[in-house]
Design a protein around this ligand. Sequence first.
Ligand SMILES: Cc1cc2nc3c(=O)[nH]c(=O)nc-3n(C[C@H](O)[C@H](O)[C@H](O)COP(=O)(O)OP(=O)(O)OC[C@H]3O[C@@H](n4cnc5c(N)ncnc54)[C@H](O)[C@@H]3O)c2cc1C
Length: 256
Amino acid sequence: MRDGDHYVINGQKIWTSYAHQADWIFLLVRTGNSEKKQAGITFILVDMKTPGITVRPIISIDGCHHLNETFFDNVRVPVANLIGEEGGGWKITKFLLNNEHATTADLPTLRRLQRQLRALAAAPAAGSTLGGQPQFTQRLARYEAELEAIAVMVQRVAAMEQAGDHSPAAHALGSMLKIRGTELQQQMGQFLIESMGDYGPVSYPSSHDGHAGEPLPMQDVMQDMATEAFFRRATTIYGGTSEIQRGIIAKTKFQF
Ligand SMILES: Cc1cc2nc3c(=O)[nH]c(=O)nc-3n(C[C@H](O)[C@H](O)[C@H](O)COP(=O)(O)OP(=O)(O)OC[C@H]3O[C@@H](n4cnc5c(N)ncnc54)[C@H](O)[C@@H]3O)c2cc1C
């Protein structure tokens, strides 16, 4: 609601990552009712110190605090904080979402999982190595091939971004990248756990947990393995679920 040179914002948002650490938040607020549901949405920046904002922590399954529920009760925000035009927020959001889809593929994490799996392959196990077992190496090779395909897709999306290409094809490619990258993170994490056999379900502590007991097998490589795999379940949800990404791809008429 507009009140002079301020908007008065009311509402609630769950799953707000790092709201407890943020100085600012961007909000998509409804400022108009229109038949087209994407119209009438406004993009605005809000100082997190503004009165009326409450941040409630949510502790996720990995035991960490990344997530929050945020409440906005009569929060007064200067009209000067508007980005773009009133009611024009969806256009900006589409651009940001495509960037988010592409980055959640998270190539650095995939490369780290690859390094962990390779370290496991080389480590001695019952007089041999996992890398000497065809079932292990075939599965690792398949994941590595998929990873290299994703690395090429990342470059392609980055080149399209750089060329200012915001076509439906560019959006669909961002969605494809999100699906493939996040599913691969889950599969490689799961493979790490399976490959550790009986030690797979054991909670390997983080280096900063100050674990003082006997070192667990491969502790330097496998720290945080199980808690991370739990958190990675969320990758196919956050930034827009895989089902939504598949819907975007299915609706896109494009040619590469
Ligand atoms: C760890 C984590 C961090 C997050 N961080 C943030 C954040 O920082 N900021 C933020 O704004 N949000 C954040 N989110 C929210 C996230 O973007 C949403 O949870 C996600 O987009 C899914 O929306 P939803 O929860 O409303 O699910 P819903 O839309 O209610 O979907 C529920 C289920 O129905 C399916 N579904 C819904 N619609 C369709 C359809 N049309 N076709 C097929 N299937 C459908 C979905 O795929 C899903 O399986 C985060 C979520 C998580 C889990």
